[in-house]
Every structure is written in structure tokens, then in C-alpha cells.
Design a protein around this ligand. Structure first.
Ligand SMILES: [Fe+2]
Ligand SMILES: [Fe+2]
Length: 371
């Protein structure tokens, strides 16, 4: 495979081919289709503060915004809009992008695919992706509830409590869309579950923020923006518009909070944070390969994951999802030295001068904007 496809790659991406031997370990981690309860042990301190002084104007401004930006899944979303997944799938971007576009697929599991199969793949891929958003939203719900307990600042506890409500709403809205309009959801991808576990297991409160508010929510904000601009489904568009307005605030919350404590950290402490961010980035760029879709469609999982893993179009798409993460890491002072080199290898430094979310979050607001 590597030899056959090597000519498709830039030198930078060719490095990925060498990592293709990881495919076995990627597919070894499988989703549990029957799991309904998943337990994660955490060893963190719950912090009271008796200092009620609101010392952080940026967080208080965000908190005031959050209080007037609440929306209601039951009444603000027009659930009467009908959704036809196949019609949407047939007008969605070419599903070949995830499995090697512009390449002769004969001899691969997709060799005999006709229009019907490609449409089915698009329907399943869309369902899979929205299901992972649903599970990720639950991760955000739990992480932010944890932040309420663990962050030592009263103004951050106030703000985080509004985010808990926001995330409950997001779980509700994606859950309802999947159930009522797409007929059910996929289980959580094992690599996403592993990432969420790693974030919630860490006892240091800033790691919850870094993993969730900066990495996962940063990726979600970019992904939602992309789907919002591409989907022909007016209902999904409406949902994403609302969710994005909340998510931008959440990412800004992470940047505002972490900026303050990272200023005073030692080089060794910063390096720990950089490694954590890098591990999350690798997971998000190269591990979310919809293996459950191949499984459900009865396709050979290993071959499909192998194709998806080395697909240049997929890699380009995944890189685009770092457009929010990279400028925010830079704002936090983490995009230096070791991490800068690692992100250069991942090919995502192109976004370092994009606007950071602390600056741009108000542009996303849809509720409580006076005319
Ligand atoms: Fe969310
Ligand atoms: Fe969020």
C-alpha cells in the first residue's frame, strides 16, 4: 500500500505512511456497541473558595453573555422540518474524499461501489459523525461539571455552571436530531472515548480545560462551522448555528482562564501541557477513522481504515479542523519550541495567525443580540 500510494504525498505527509503500521493498533481499539454505562475513576480535589471577589472582568463579561444567551431545544428549534438523509447524502460532498479521492479503487473494498453504495456510505458517515458530536458533547458536560468543582476561582465557577447547562442542551439537541431524524446513533468511537477518558482522568484542573475547552471544543467549533456551511439540511444548519454560538464562548472561557495560569508556569510544567495537547491532536487528526461505519456496512475494517488513514483528502480535511486550536494554543504561549516542531510535522502551523477565539467569540452570538 505504502509504495503504491507514495507518489500521492508531499514529503511532509509521506511521514504518515511510515506510521501506517499503526493500523493494527488503531483497529484493535473497538467501540462497544452494547455498553450503556462507562465509568472513569478520577482523583481530583474539590475546591471551595471563600473569596467571592470577582477579580476577572473577562470571565464576568463572558458569564453575563452566557446568562442572556440561553436557548431552548424544545421551542427555539423548528422540529417540524423534515429530514431526508438520502437526499442530503446525495448532495453532500463526495464520500470518496474519506477513502481516497481521484484514485483507482478497483481491487479495494470500494471497487464495486455504485451510486447506491456511495449514498449509503454518505448517510452512515453523516450519522457516525453526528453521533461522535453527541458523545463529545456529553464529554463536555462532564468535564465542565468537573471544572465547577475543581477550579479555585469563583468567577470561573460561575461561568462553568452556565456551560454545564449549555452542554446539557447540546447533548439534548444532537440526541433528538439523531433519534427523530436519522433513526438512531452510533456508539462512541473507542479513540474518542480514550481521549475523553484521558482528559477527565487527569487530576490537574487546567488539563480539563486544555483537553476539553481548547482541544476538543476548538475542533468542534471548526467542524461545526464546516458542516454548517456545507449541509443542505435547514434543520441541521439551525441547530449548528445555535450550538456554535455557545461553543465559541466555551473556547473563549478556556483561553481566558488558562492564559492567566500558564504565564506563571515553569518550563517543565509547560512541556507537560504541550505533550498533552500534542497527544490529543494526533488522536483527533489520525484516529477518528469511522471504523464503526465499515463494521456496520459489512466492509473489511482493516483495509478501509488503511485507505482512510493515508487518504490525502482526508488528511487535508482533518488539518482544516485545527483552524481554531492552533491560534488559541499560540495565545496561551504553548505553541513554542517542542510543540511548534511537532505541529509543523502535523502540517497545521498554517493556522497560527488566524483569529483566536477570545477575540472572535462575540461574532458567533445568535441569542440576545439586540437588533
Ligand atoms: Fe457543546
Ligand atoms: Fe461546549
Amino acid at each position: 500500500m505504502a509504495d503504491q500510494l507514495a507518489s500521492l504525498y508531499s514529503e511532509e505527509d509521506a511521514k504518515l505512511l511510515r506510521a501506517a503500521t499503526d493500523i493494527e493498533t488503531i483497529i484493535e481499539k473497538r467501540a462497544d456497541w452494547d455498553e450503556t454505562v462507562h465509568t472513569v475513576e478520577q482523583n481530583c480535589d474539590t475546591i471551595f473558595t471563600w473569596d467571592y471577589e470577582q477579580a476577572r472582568p473577562g470571565l464576568m463579561k463572558l458569564y453575563e453573555k452566557a446568562k442572556t444567551s440561553q436557548w431552548n431545544v424544545s421551542t427555539d428549534i423548528d422540529w417540524s422540518i423534515e429530514v431526508d438523509p438520502e437526499r442530503i447524502a446525495s448532495s453532500a460532498p463526495d464520500p470518496r474524499f474519506a477513502v481516497m479521492q481521484n484514485v483507482d479503487l478497483s481491487g479495494t473494498p470500494f471497487g464495486k461501489f455504485g451510486e447506491k453504495e456511495w449514498t449509503e456510505l454518505n448517510v452512515e458517515s453523516q450519522n457516525w459523525m453526528l453521533s461522535q458530536f453527541l458523545h463529545g458533547e456529553q464529554g463536555a458536560l462532564l468535564c465542565t461539571a468537573k471544572i465547577v468543582e475543581t477550579v479555585p476561582w469563583i468567577d470561573a465557577k460561575y461561568y462553568a455552571s452556565t456551560q454545564v447547562m449549555d452542554e446539557a442542551r447540546h447533548v439534548e439537541v444532537f440526541g433528538r436530531y439523531l433519534k427523530e431524524k436519522l433513526g438512531g446513533e452510533y456508539p462512541v468511537n473507542a479513540h474518542l472515548r480514550g481521549l475523553l477518558d484521558a482528559i477527565i482522568e487527569d487530576h490537574r484542573w487546567d488539563m480539563t480545560y486544555l483537553g476539553m475547552q481548547i482541544m476538543v471544543e476548538g475542533l468542534a467549533l471548526a467542524a461545526f462551522g464546516f458542516i454548517h456551511s456545507m449541509t443542505p439540511d435547514p434543520l441541521l444548519k439551525e441547530i449548528l448555528r445555535y450550538v456554535m454560538s455557545d461553543e465559541a464562548r466555551h473556547v473563549a472561557f478556556g483561553v481566558l482562564s488558562l492564559k492567566e495560569i500558564y504565564q506563571d508556569m515553569t518550563a517543565a510544567e509547560i512541556r507537560d501541557r504541550q505533550e498533552f495537547a500534542y497527544e490529543a491532536a494526533v488522536s483527533m487528526r489520525d484516529r477518528f477513522l469511522q471504523q464503526e461505519v465499515w463494521e456496520k456496512m459489512g466492509l473489511p475494517v482493516k483495509e478501509c481504515v488503511e485507505l482512510a488513514f493515508v487518504s490525502p483528502t482526508r488528511i487535508e480535511f482533518q488539518k482544516m479542523l485545527f483552524s481554531k486550536i492552533v491560534p488559541n494554543l499560540k495565545k496561551l504561549g504553548l505553541l513554542e519550541g517542542w510543540l511548534r516542531e511537532k505541529f509543523a510535522d502535523l502540517g497545521v502551523l498554517q493556522f497560527e495567525n488566524a483569529p483566536d477565539t477570545e477575540i472572535e467569540y462575540e461574532a458567533f452570538q445568535v441569542v440576545g443580540v439586540s437588533a
